[in-house]
Design a protein around this ligand. Structure first.
Ligand code: TRP
Length: 450
């Protein structure tokens, strides 16, 4: 049984795979533009508070549930409360992961396309070039399909051979390249203004929307809320120290986001671009930065290769959620079911791919009000799945772990292989049972007032 499900081959492999899931477009593409739209430093500060106060304890909760039962979220819930409505918490997580994958894959396709644009130096066309690129239906569909295809190939091979091997080599490389770019961007004249915007908080800019955005971003970036880390935890051997591993993953993830901001904002202000450019932001700023560097087309190409790979380790983890559920619970054969799920994701993603100026209906979709997100189908999906359902489902899962399974039982699991967690266990129980659910609940309610 254990062999069939797969098990991480090493502790580092697991940490890097979980970090690989967490680190992705969320850090480098989403974080800067959400920070830019929400006034910069004040947002960054709230985001960091949420990451450590809510994100880290929440990650421990997901890992402990997974490892305790060695099952996906639905399977674990069924073991604890057979045939109860709680299993729909798990099902919601599966639906959410498919929803996120459907628009995330589209953006991952853009990064892939920008590899070629960089190498051929045709990328340096700023905002106009970007909108031309994303409104080309052929590129959009083809790149999206290709990315989903790559993801499927890796998931097809299973946990260890696929996910683990890739993450190990490539995540550290991304870190190094970012550091080089930070140095370069901060040497540009005029870049100080960007640092100020990014690092000196102006608290008058904090609104309900800022707080909601920071919460959504914290969950999204750490891959929390839909039970993904339950699945990853289920492949963990008992002697792994979950606490130490989680601290590392959370710090690594936050670090990459913060570093991305240290490239984007200084560069952006030096070039006189608008921080509130939305999803296009990094696709405008980075190519412009490369255009000014000597050897920029090579550096740019390398950057978009690494970003595509960071995205790939995330899409792989997202696809793993429905697949592991179907393999565990429906006894489907991994190698057959992956392709079916992938086709479903592709179909659901088509409207997002065509929503950037290609098809008017999808471009001006706008069911969710504009005070919450932009009108295009992709942004609407991003808000619905990546913010709302992710945190709402996250609330349910948190209540389930804290109250139904019981935070005390989770603690018992966490101290296996993790003695250093003991001294935090009281604080952790308090956070999981009271603070985290209350904070998420209040912030979610605020959506209806925005
Ligand atoms: N965390 C990834 C990112 O920042 C995206 C992601 C992967 C995700 N798996 C997830 C988000 C599960 C939410 C839930 O790019």
């Amino acid at each position: 049984m254990q062999k069939e499900r797969g098990l991480w081959s090493s502790k580092t492999g697991f940490i890097l795979a979980a970090a690989g899931s967490a680190i992705g477009l969320g850090n480098i593409w989403r974080f800067p533009y959400i920070a830019g739209e929400n006034g910069g430093a004040a947002f960054v500060l709230i985001y960091l508070v949420f990451v450590f106060l809510l994100g880290l304890p929440y990650m421990l909760a997901e890992f402990s549930l997974g490892r305790a039962f060695q099952l996906n979220t639905v399977g674990a819930i069924d073991k604890i409360k057979p045939n109860s409505f709680w299993r729909y918490t798990g099902i919601l997580g599966i639906i959410t992961s498919i929803g996120i994958l459907s628009f995330y894959g589209v953006i991952a396709g853009w990064t892939f396309g920008y590899i070629f644009k960089s190498f051929t130096a045709s990328s340096y066309e700023g905002a106009a070039g970007f909108s031309e690129f994303v409104s080309n239906p052929f590129y959009e569909i083809f790149l999206f399909a290709f990315f989903i295809f790559l993801t499927t190939l890796i998931v097809y091979k299973g946990v260890e051979a696929g996910i683990e091997k890739w993450s190990k080599i490539l995540m550290p490389l991304l870190l190094i390249l970012l550091i080089i770019l930070i140095v370069y961007a901060n040497l540009l004249p005029g870049s100080e203004k960007g640092l100020e915007f990014y690092l000196l908080p102006d608290f008058s800019k904090i609104t309900l929307k800022t707080i909601l955005a920071a919460l959504g971003q914290a969950f999204f970036s750490l891959s929390l809320g839909l039970g993904l880390m339950v699945t990853f935890g289920s492949y963990l051997p008992k002697d792994t120290n979950i606490f130490t591993a989680s601290v590392f993953i959370v710090i690594f993830d936050a670090l990459i986001a913060i570093l991305a901001g240290l490239v984007v904002f200084p560069a952006l202000f030096a070039m006189g671009e608008n921080p509130a450019s939305g999803p296009a932001l990094v696709f405008i700023v980075f190519p412009k930065l490369f255009a000014q560097m000597s050897g920029g087309s090579i550096v740019g190409g390398l950057f978009f290769i690494l970003l595509s790979i960071a995205a790939l380790t995330s899409t792989v983890s997202l696809l793993e959620v429905p697949v592991s559920y179907l393999v565990d619970e429906k006894k489907s054969e991994r190698k057959k079911i992956v392709w079916k799920v992938a086709v479903l994701v592709f179909i659901i993603g088509i409207p997002s791919a065509l929503s950037q100026g290609t098809v008017d209906f999808f471009t001006n979709f706008g069911i969710i009000p504009e005070s919450l997100t932009s009108k295009d189908f992709l942004s609407q999906m991003s808000f619905l799945f990546g913010d709302f359902l992710l945190t709402a489902g996250g609330l349910a899962l948190c209540i389930f772990i804290g109250w139904i399974w019981g935070a005390e039982k989770a603690v018992n699991e966490l101290i296996i292989g993790g003695n250093n967690f003991k001294k935090y266990s009281k604080l952790w129980i308090f956070l999981i049972k009271y603070i985290i659910p209350m904070v998420i609940f209040v912030i979610l309610l605020s959506i209806f007032r925005i």
